[in-house]
Design a protein around this ligand. Sequence first.
Ligand SMILES: Cc1cc2nc3c(=O)[nH]c(=O)nc-3n(C[C@H](O)[C@H](O)[C@H](O)COP(=O)(O)O)c2cc1C
Length: 148
Amino acid sequence: MEDFKILLLGIPTWYYGELQCDWSESLPMLKNINFNKKIIGLFGCGDQEDYSEYFCDALGIMYNFFKKKHANFIGKWPIHEYHFESSKAQANKTHFFGLPIDEDRQSNLTNTRVAQWVKLILSEINLKNIIRYSLFSYIFLKKLNTTY
Ligand SMILES: Cc1cc2nc3c(=O)[nH]c(=O)nc-3n(C[C@H](O)[C@H](O)[C@H](O)COP(=O)(O)O)c2cc1C
């Protein structure tokens, strides 16, 4: 993971709001990785009906983990088509921290959601790059200006 600047991570939820074991067992290893300024997009499977109080909680758990390690995030996703009681993946009144995929209750929406989410993250990555390079050019030109 350390070699990649952009990470798209799939994080399913299991056993009443828990991380699936591949993720929970990897936490000690992940603690030693530097995620500072890495760009992260999160998605994950959940079930908004049978696990309505814990809908895609694992996505929120990992968001908080990477947030503490100073990652930057892309791909926040609107909540309006989902029906659930509570979710650690919910960022605010309107959005999730990433893309919840519900193959149990809304599998008919998965393809469109994924296609739109991919478009969204591509535009956000481009925007971040434009801002980064504009800032870099600005600093570079400023330096040139003060040198000559
Ligand atoms: C035992 C069990 C526990 C689950 N717990 C949750 C949960 O707490 N929150 C949630 O949103 N989904 C939960 N789910 C739904 C799964 O995330 C969902 O079914 C997912 O698509 C499973 O992926 P898989 O079929 O590839 O294993 C649970 C499913 C099972 C079978």
